[in-house]
Design a binder for this molecule. Structure first.
Ligand code: GDP
Ligand code: MG
Length: 298
């Protein structure tokens, strides 16, 4: 007897660095969103889609939540996080196996204020010395809120991720699929390309600099031979521009090479990548500029 087809939207909420992107990639089985040891690399909503014989799970990877500072870019990101929760069928709230912290308060409040089943995902259980360490955390969590289910996982190793998938699946409505089978993400390749360039900025520039840069795809032309991409990297100061370009352009060249290789793996084609660094003062407080970069709300 065949089960009814289930399909629905699942939102993933949790503090920066808790492992949301890693779990999204695990669930979908292909790299669609960007992971990094540094927080907040996912600034956009990303829909990862997993389609099986009887299920289509559409994952909304929320941007890293953080208490908004004055910067418009932060306020916009927090609003996007809230809007990504409306209309979903299931919410996954993720915390670390090391326990609840103050930084979990905002995601907790967001997740539990919706009228939707909330599943608590306890991540990074691979870091626990012994499994029994989990029991007090599970009890404490039950006291905090009536979670529909509490599922410990390791997004990194994949431990228990398929069990989580089954738990989520059972809560999706019986409905036909929304997207064709081969669609892994509804974000355009253009967007993924800009995220892959951003990822290289995070990997190759230390400290704070990546947070004050943005990537804008100026040209994206696909042909049989390959893809030609021209991207601008925006910075706020010419001193930042000098750091990114590096001595004799070496650092920018390295960023471009690594990014190109990542993009080629993603699109499976030759890529010709041209990167320019541009100084654009105050772009983070300029709403028109943010909209041009894809930070606008829908
Ligand atoms: P996000 O900010 O919530 O999207 O977090 P990421 O998915 O980018 O993960 C942040 C960091 O935590 C990365 O270095 C991951 O490799 C690491 N990480 C994610 N899941 C696990 C896990 O289950 N175990 C361990 N040990 N590390 C993890
Ligand atoms: Mg992320």
């Amino acid at each position: 007897m065949s089960e009814a087809f289930r399909s629905g939207f699942v939102s993933l909420v949790g503090k920066p660095n808790v492992g949301k992107s890693t779990l999204a990639n695990r669930l979908v089985g292909r790299k669609v969103s960007i992971t990094s040891r540094k927080p907040q690399t996912t600034r956009h909503r990303i829909l990862a889609i997993r389609t099986d014989a009887d299920t289509q799970l559409i994952l909304v990877d929320t941007p890293g939540l953080h208490d908004a500072g004055g910067r418009m870019v932060n306020r916009v990101i927090n609003r996007m996080a809230r809007s990504s929760l409306s209309g979903v069928d299931v919410i996954l709230l993720m915390i670390n196996a090391s326990g609840w912290t103050g930084v979990d308060d905002l995601p907790f409040e967001l997740a539990t204020s919706q009228k939707v089943p909330v599943i608590l995902v306890i991540n990074k259980v691979d870091r626990l010395k012994q499994k029994s360490d989990l029991l007090p955390l599970i009890e404490e969590s039950h006291r905090r809120f009536e979670f529909d289910e509490i599922v410990p996982v390791s997004a990194l190793s994949g431990h228990n991720v398929e069990a989580l998938y089954e738990v989520v699946r059972a809560r999706l409505p019986v409905a036909p699929k929304c997207f064709p089978d081969d669609q892994v993400t509804d974000k355009s390749a253009r967007f993924v390309v800009s995220e892959l360039i951003r990822e290289q900025l995070f990997r190759q520039l230390g400290q704070e600099l990546p947070y004050v840069t943005a990537v804008k795809i100026e040209q994206y032309d696909e042909s049989d031979d390959g893809i030609r991409v021209h991207a601008d990297i925006w910075v706020e100061k010419s001193s930042h521009k000098a750091i990114i370009i590096g001595r004799k352009g070496e650092r920018l060249k390295q960023i471009g090479t690594e990014a190109r290789q990542q993009i080629e793996r993603f699109v499976n084609k030759h890529v010709f990548l041209e990167l320019w660094v541009k100084v654009r003062k105050g772009w983070r407080d300029d709403s028109a500029a943010l909209e041009g970069l894809g930070y606008s709300e829908t």
